[in-house]
Design a protein around this ligand. Sequence first.
Ligand SMILES: [Zn+2]
Length: 416
Amino acid sequence: VNAAMAPPADGLWHNLRVERALCDPPCAATEPTAIGVRDGRIAYVGAIDAAPPEFAALPRHDGGGAYVTPGLVDCHTHLVYAGDRAHEFAERLAGASYADIARAGGGILSTVRATRAADEETLYQAAARRLRHWLAEGVCAIEIKSGYGLDLATERRLLRVARRLGDTHHVTVRTTFLGAHALPAEFAGRADAYVDRVAREMLPVLAAEGLVDAVDVFCDDIAFSVAQSERVFDAAAALGLRVKMHAGQLSDLGGVGLAARHRALSADHLEHLSARDIDAMRDAGMVAVLLPAAFYALRDTHAPPIDALRAAGVPLAVASDHNPGTAPVLSLLLAMNMAATLFRLGVDEVLAGVTRHAARALGLESTHGTLGVGKPANFVLWDLQSAAELAYWIGAPRPRIVVRQGTIAHRAADAT
Ligand SMILES: [Zn+2]
């Protein structure tokens, strides 16, 4: 369905099996079987018999017994960039080391070169092709980071493309400025000078242009230090912007404690994370965003401390981390399977990780992530029996119908 022409979803959707765990407030009906949509918003969730009389005059949509979840949320992607790194993947398989590839100009800086050379339309078209995979899986909100420009003009181009993708595809896009992703070649040996550029020049300008919903920093021993991260966070705070952090992927610098002091929305990766910082995350109300596709692609063996995070009550989100280097994954559903298989998340945890908790990691909990009266109508009808199947199948499930932003955005060819 062309997003601009998608028919409205208003009416009473019935013959459903609605995921009870994601009704908000908890559903009174023993078995919620209907969702009422009015003016593009969810106006009722419950038993068909108890639906308010106003729906008698609205269309009826037979769900055919489908299992229903809220629209999915991918809370961590690097979707906009030029080129890819397939050739480097092939070289590594043929025996080249990361160091060999980096010496030959490869790695993240090769994506930066390609991205700087690409115009806005080229970047838009490439990202739109990728975004279609998320939309076909029932994703209704997606976070898109900058970070492959590393100069003002290119970072602006990436964020503009992200905004435009949301407008043209009728999907909620949250933009995150990740100027502190890597050190660009022209600043080699001058990381502090680059961080100054990010914090004092790039961020204020891009924020003033309305392009920045949140600010992220890659805090790791191959990226930026805690002190450097703090300068970026201070600049974000001065502009009233929420922050998040790539932390603990390869080493634990203690950046999560800094993020907690800044009331970050989330810390992401977290393979290396201390017990003290887990407590700090809980106390700050932060979400732990798990990125199993990067763990898989890097053949990492050091999993995040899931048991300790769970015991502390830190909400766990699951995201794709789509990027051309360490997670060329085009499927949030596959990331769900990986979170279950590699990190041993339970079915309920995986599902909450791509809905309720993912929305919270983006500050979108009032509009996304649960089936709540008053929220924009974003939900998915699946040809599946239960949440277990969402985590279980590898590569196959596709929604029967996706209701996104109050419209019937996708309908499988065989759906009635
Ligand atoms: Zn990332």
